[in-house]
Design a protein around this ligand. Structure first.
Ligand SMILES: [Zn+2]
Ligand SMILES: [Zn+2]
Length: 249
């Protein structure tokens, strides 16, 4: 299994740093995980459009799904039009996107993507990948996702505060891709819907994860400091999910 980071900024993109989006690949299977602003460019640079097996959108915040509209246009109007791309999201997400487009029941949005709502304890198979979902502690319905293939396990937190299903889902992960929006002591900001780098490190340690990638950093923070804060608590290898980074899981 292979992870490629298309973007990892929390909240808004900055030059050279798109928001959340990842490619997860195993054999011929290629899944786009979140589609934050700027990530569609990286998908095309990776030659991923024609090979895409499925789209997973974790939640309806724009920094995770805004480029789904661009992907819709590309799939429909691009050089190799295609329909019926399997797409997974939490309760209400597909309806919310459709509402934004003013898309009625017969709109091409519903044919371009084959939407399926998933939630706590749901699992799906996409080609080589087994994907298990949980719900996180966030302002809107949000999926955490575990990807398994060839005896390896990659877990993505999406956005979450402490709690929710992530700690259970992350158990024994070979790679934990975990949000670390904040710095300083966990809970110091009083903001309950995101983790600090130290919080991500603690979660990785409790889950017995082999490696930690911190992601969804606030664009105003220094990634090196976030990595140091997470590593101090985790005690294992930590890196920042820099755009373009590729990791063999
Ligand atoms: Zn976010
Ligand atoms: Zn969010």
């Amino acid at each position: 299994m292979r992870l490629r980071v298309l973007g990892s900024n929390g909240t808004y993109p900055t030059p050279g740093r798109p928001c959340s989006g990842y490619l997860i690949e195993s054999g011929d299977t290629l899944v786009m995980l979140d589609a934050g602003p700027g990530t569609l460019v990286g998908l095309q640079e990776a030659g991923g459009v024609a090979r895409l097996s499925a789209l997973v959108l974790t939640h309806a915040h724009p920094d995770h799904c805004a480029d789904a509209f661009s992907l819709f246009n590309l799939l429909r109007l691009g050089p190799d039009p295609r329909a019926g791309l399997p797409a997974f999201g939490p309760e209400g997400l597909a309806d919310g996107l459709a509402r934004f487009l003013g898309a009625g029941e017969d709109h091409s949005f519903h044919r371009t993507f084959a939407w399926r709502t998933v939630g706590r304890s749901d699992g799906v198979r996409v080609g080589d990948l087994e994907i298990s979902f949980g719900l996180t502690h966030h302002q809107v319905p949000t999926l955490a996702a575990a990807f398994a293939a060839g005896g390896r396990k990659l877990v993505y937190s999406a956005d979450t505060g402490p709690g929710g299903d992530l700690p259970t889902l992350a158990a024994g992960a070979d790679l934990l891709l975990c949000e670390a929006t904040l710095q300083g002591e966990e809970g110091a900001t009083g903001w309950p819907y995101h983790l600090s780098a130290a919080g991500a490190g603690a979660l990785a340690r409790q889950a017995g994860a082999a490696r930690l990638l911190v992601t969804h950093l606030s664009p105003i923070l220094d990634p090196e400091r976030s990595v140091a804060e997470a590593a101090a608590v985790f005690g294992g290898p930590v890196a920042w999910a820099a755009p373009g980074l590729e990791v063999e899981v």
